[in-house]
Design a binder for this molecule. Structure first.
Ligand SMILES: [Ca+2]
Length: 152
């Protein structure tokens, strides 16, 4: 499932359980972003029920429908999880052509480079974490890539 909101004071989502089984829950408490920000939660109940990081929380800070922050957590989300999450503030160059391989510079905060992705049709060949505020990556854009905005 997914849901969007600007501020969550307390949310408790529960996946119904069969008789005799314990229900799986996901809790979010006092999560603040900005008025323009959109939060999206995608919950993998199967992973959550086994104690894994089955909740993917994405935040589009400026409302342009490109998510700058993506963090995976287990059954409880706190503000600290988001504060510590990598946040992308810029990608340069901002566009490329189909069939092109190019180097892009990603800037932001808390960048750890555990993994980066640009979405369908774009392959990340390699990347280097220059600092917590900068990553350079070599990417190839498939000739079949559908033109449009890409989240990370
Ligand atoms: Ca955005």
């Amino acid at each position: 499932m997914s849901a969007t909101a600007h501020h969550i004071q307390h949310a408790l989502l529960t996946e119904g359980a069969a008789d005799g089984e314990q229900a799986t829950t996901f809790t979010a408490n006092d999560i603040n972003t900005s008025v323009k920000a959109v939060q999206q939660y995608v919950l993998d109940w199967g992973t959550l029920s086994q104690g894994g990081d089955g909740a993917t929380v994405q935040i589009d800070w400026d409302g342009d429908r490109v998510f700058e922050t993506s963090v995976r957590v287990s059954d409880e989300l706190a503000q600290g999880d988001l504060d510590a999450a990598p946040k992308v503030s810029g990608v340069s160059p901002i566009s490329g052509k189909q069939g092109e391989t190019l180097d892009v510079m990603i800037t932001g905060t808390g960048l750890t480079g555990t993994g980066i992705a640009f979405g369908d049709g774009i392959t990340v060949n390699s990347f280097a974490v220059d600092s917590p505020t900068q990553i350079t990556a070599s990417i190839s854009i498939s000739a079949m890539a559908v033109p449009g905005a890409r989240g990370m």
